[in-house]
Write a protein that binds this ligand. Structure first.
Ligand code: C2E
Ligand code: MG
Ligand code: MG
Ligand code: MG
Length: 282
């Protein structure tokens, strides 16, 4: 009896769905071993001052190189890492690697170069998160103000006291906080005045069509003005063409990031980019 009941409970699974969940299980067991097998790596993408094009900070972007799957992009495995909790150890690794990289760049260039790290909601809500951040900064010897944590509006949506408290704690420690993919979430704007954010990152979907769609241009202008009147800095994401840089300059967007300046680069390539960039700026 139990058997037939079990069978009917699964009767709505189609063969395709079973395949999907098997793929997922296989990916999960691979992801579990990714850290110890050293299959994860960070790419680095410059964030520049819009006016001068000079380097200001760098965003760390995670990649997973698996022998069976090739190069796996974060959109394909971060959700799985979140669901399974693997994002906690993975996130700590990312934070460590990113902070160490920033310390190295300071040694190479003699300049302060900020590092931006993406933090997913699950990671952020982990009780050990703020301490892990402080410990990593202290261990690496990186000034807190050089670390920017990027969160999305998804995190704000839960509207919890814990989230607000963690944001405040990190802010008091001098870490910078930014809202990633700004404009794509569903939250009310009121969180901007009550949470200690420093930066808004305008989502690339608005930036990409800024020269083609007057509505997108209006939205980008409005976001820049709103951010500035709230005392926030603005980064435009997904800048791919020179014309966009002129628009963003004219509208007073503080910082820009996108393929126009550089794609995300593996650390060796990024350090080469950094060296030639420093020569140009010197
Ligand atoms: P994000 O934080 O919004 O990162 C920006 C994404 O836009 C990156 O995709 C980047 O490669 C891409 N991008 C940069 N410039 C351009 C451009 O000019 N044009 C276009 N079309 N795209 C551009 P990526 O590396 O695939 O990362 C996707 C998302 O995965 C990130 O979006 C972030 O939400 C998440 N992610 C990446 N690394 C991490 C990580 O270490 N931890 C967590 N929790 N999430 C991460
Ligand atoms: Mg980001
Ligand atoms: Mg702050
Ligand atoms: Mg983004």
């Amino acid at each position: 009896q139990a058997k037939s009941k079990g069978k009917s409970a699964y009767a709505h699974f189609t063969p395709e769905m079973t395949e999907v969940s098997q793929d997922r299980l296989q990916m999960e067991s691979r992801l579990r071993r990714a850290l110890e097998l050293k299959e994860l790596e960070l790419n680095f993408q410059p964030i520049v001052h819009t006016d001068s094009g000079n380097l200001c900070a760098v965003e760390a972007l995670l990649r997973w190189r698996n022998p069976a799957m090739g190069l796996v992009m974060p959109d394909r495995f971060i959700p799985l890492a979140e669901d399974t909790g693997l994002i906690i150890p993975i996130g700590e690794w990312v934070l460590e690697q990113a902070c160490q990289a920033a310390v190295r760049w300071k040694a190479v260039t003699g300049r302060d170069i900020g590092i931006s790290v993406n933090v997913s909601p699950r990671q952020f809500r982990d009780p050990g998160f703020p301490d892990a951040v402080m410990r990593t900064l202290a261990d690496c010897g990186l000034a807190p103000a050089l670390l920017e944590l990027e969160v999305t509006e998804r995190l704000i949506l839960d509207n919890s006291i814990e989230t607000a408290e963690i944001l405040r704690r990190l802010d008091r420690a001098g870490v910078r906080l930014s809202v990633d993919d700004f404009g794509t979430g569903y939250s009310a704007l009121s969180y901007l005045k009550s949470y200690p954010f420093d930066t808004l990152k305008i989502d690339k979907s608005f930036v990409q069509d800024v020269m083609k769609e007057p509505e997108d241009a209006s939205l980008v202008k409005a976001i820049i003005n709103m951010a500035h009147s709230l005392g926030l800095r603005v980064i435009a994401e997904g800048v791919e063409e020179e014309a966009q840089t002129h628009f963003l300059k004219q509208e007073g967007c503080d910082f820009s990031q996108g393929y126009f300046y550089s794609r995300p680069l593996p650390h060796q390539k990024f350090e080469e980019w950094l060296e030639s960039n420093e020569r140009v700026q010197a």
